[in-house]
Design a protein around this ligand. Sequence first.
Ligand SMILES: Cc1cc2nc3c(=O)[nH]c(=O)nc-3n(C[C@H](O)[C@H](O)[C@H](O)COP(=O)(O)O)c2cc1C
Length: 184
Amino acid sequence: VKVCGIAGSLRRTSYNRSLLQAAVQLAPERMSIAIFDRLGDVPLYNADVEARGDPEAVVALKNAIREADALLIATPEYNYGVPGVLKNAIDWASRPPSGSVLAGKPAALLGASPGRTGTARAQLALRQSFVFTQTPVLLGPEVLVGEAQKKFADDGTLSDEPTRKFVRGLLERLLAWVEAMPKR
Ligand SMILES: Cc1cc2nc3c(=O)[nH]c(=O)nc-3n(C[C@H](O)[C@H](O)[C@H](O)COP(=O)(O)O)c2cc1C
């Protein structure tokens, strides 16, 4: 099962990118996760630009999603919502609404934040957008990594063992779910 991983932060030492990198290491045998790390190249959505043709980074984003069997999205939480950088990428990927690369693409969510609620609200907001894009999202486990500063080592390694188990559990559920789906 090929998974496209996206972290919704441009920060070099982003907890969410580190969380995704931990997922790459923790992936079960029959799963491989490739991180799409070019959100910073995706311009702000503009229908006039879109009408002239997708910019190169948008083409790359759509291809990465199209070629994957599933998505794994690590979202930060900004002001109780999804950071603009990530929402903007999802907006591009959702176009055109009929036959978008997001339609029917299974997805799993996770997120890390220094706050105690560990991106719970951002993840719910993301689920709401995925209703419109017809992107089925795994119901659980909800991986909400709160107090992230205590869970990662200085080099970005996910050092907290219970959190590693949660991430591994999410990936196992995602794998079982995708493998049980009829081939598209
Ligand atoms: C504009 C802004 C708004 C934020 N709002 C929230 C929030 O609503 N909830 C929260 O838990 N953390 C919030 N934070 C803190 C982020 O969780 C923190 O910066 C985190 O490290 C971002 O994820 P990253 O490490 O992957 O870049 C906010 C940070 C910024 C810059």
